[in-house]
Design a protein around this ligand. Structure first.
Ligand SMILES: *[C@@H]1O[C@H](CO)[C@@H](O)[C@H](O)[C@H]1NC(C)=O
Ligand SMILES: *[C@@H]1O[C@H](CO)[C@@H](O)[C@H](O)[C@H]1NC(C)=O
Length: 392
């Protein structure tokens, strides 16, 4: 924490134009003084593997030579800090040592290489923007989550950057299916199962690709603003799933409110139907757990084109409960902070050249996002209409 505070104060001081020599002296201390200038927080997880041992391929030879050659002293201290037990004085120095080693390696690079890194970091900083134009919207994914939660989870891991919703704005998730033109009609049972399996496989591959890219970024680069925080990229990419949970809760509140009160009895059990025959209002006995589970699994694995639900485009702009709006806006705010967090992470990646940024990071993330988006589009098209039975 002290690290962030110092950097922030230094920036403020420079902008305000005072205490410049004090600030300069502080940075001198950070770069050349004893290692205890910044202390690592004992709460934050440490890097799960030694940093500075693998690099992105394009500049790996230069970096390895410098890191183990001229900068061997700081590298040795870094390894020692990694191996010492948590909370020990040596381990607390790790953040300082990491910064020092990073500075040492950087200072040995030719200016042309440094420029390459800086240019690449601009491209990388735009990653969330680039991915958001390809990714799902929060409302679309929330709608799919109510019908196929597991598939949606995979999609939110494979395409964790949502198209930026305006903060404080509410979009009825059901409108995601009511608006579009593409319609997919009911498929035969065999084809439907095949499609469903292909969807899971593709979505799982996309998620694995995205996550492994994030792990690789954590291992092969350092963050300019948090040298030892190797887990930040992975953490960022998984947080979108939580945003999706909140947005889905919003849609569940809406769907529950719009459901006719007695329609559940028809679905649950024959007993209910006999008991309720002839009565105007009658409470359902809740379905046994195994039946509910079977229904959930069936709902999860059935492609949207093959279910009885479809969303009628004439019903756009219905009233929705306040709670649903609140949840959606909350999810939108979280999504905004994730966007900021992601930009801050990608822009701060060190030691990534243009070629690495494009070939080994961007292309992989874009591929995952596109695959997930296509699955989502297909499922939404299936929700527009199935066999003319209007439920909502
Ligand atoms: C280790 O680093 C020191 C200080 O920079 C340097 O003098 C020495 O030559 C380095 N050793 C090797 C094997 O490169
Ligand atoms: C549920 O069953 C009742 C009578 O059994 C019927 O009137 C009603 O239309 C049914 N609701 C739905 C949504 O099918």
């Amino acid at each position: 924490m002290r690290y962030f505070r110092e950097r922030f104060l230094a920036a403020v001081a420079v902008m305000a134009g005072f205490q410049l020599d004090v600030v300069t002296a502080e940075f001198e201390m950070a770069l050349h003084g004893p290692y205890n200038y910044y202390s690592s927080s004992p709460i934050l997880p440490r890097p799960w593997a030694n940093q500075f041992t693998t690099w992105f391929a394009n500049s790996a030879p230069i970096l390895t030579t410098i890191s183990t050659g001229v900068c061997n002293l700081t590298l040795r201290d870094y390894h020692a800090a990694m191996e010492s037990p948590r909370g020990s004085p040596q381990a607390l120095k790790m953040l300082s040592i990491c910064n020092r080693h990073e500075a040492c390696v950087y200072s040995q690079l030719a200016p042309s290489v440094q420029l390459n890194y800086q240019g690449a970091s601009i491209l990388l900083g735009l990653t969330p923007v680039i991915l958001s134009t390809l990714g799902p919207t929060m409302a679309e994914l929330a709608l799919l989550s109510t019908h196929r939660p597991v598939l949606s989870l995979l999609i939110s891991l494979g395409a964790p950057v949502y198209w930026v919703t305006r903060v404080f704005e509410f979009h009825d998730p059901r409108d995601a299916a009511r608006g579009g033109r593409l319609i997919i009609r009911k498929k035969g049972p065999r084809i439907a199962i095949l499609i469903s399996i292909v969807q899971y496989v593709l979505a799982a591959m996309a998620a694995a690709n995205f996550i492994s890219t994030m792990v690789e970024i954590g291992r092969k680069t350092t963050l300019a603003w948090a040298c030892t925080t190797a887990f930040a990229p992975l953490l960022w990419s998984t947080l979108a799933a939580f945003v999706n949970v909140i947005a889905t809760a919003s849609n569940l509140v809406i769907e529950r409110a719009s459901k006719p009160k007695d329609s559940q009895c028809n679905k649950t059990s024959r007993k209910d139907r006999q008991r309720c025959r002839g009565k105007l209002s009658c409470k359902c006995t809740s379905a046994p757990f195994r039946k509910t589970l079977r229904r959930l699994v069936a709902s999860e694995t059935t492609i949207c084109a093959n279910r009885e639900v479809y969303y009628d485009s004439k019903k756009k702009g219905e009233e929705v409960p306040k709670l649903a709006m609140f949840l959606f806006v909350a999810a939108g705010c979280m999504s905004f902070f994730l966007f900021l967090f992601g930009t801050a992470i990608f822009a701060a990646l060190q030691f990534v050249t243009f070629i690495d940024a494009f070939k080994r990071i961007l292309v992989r993330l874009i591929a995952s996002t596109i695959v997930c988006r296509l699955i989502l589009l297909m499922e939404l098209a299936g929700l527009r209409r199935t066999n003319d039975v209007a439920v909502k």
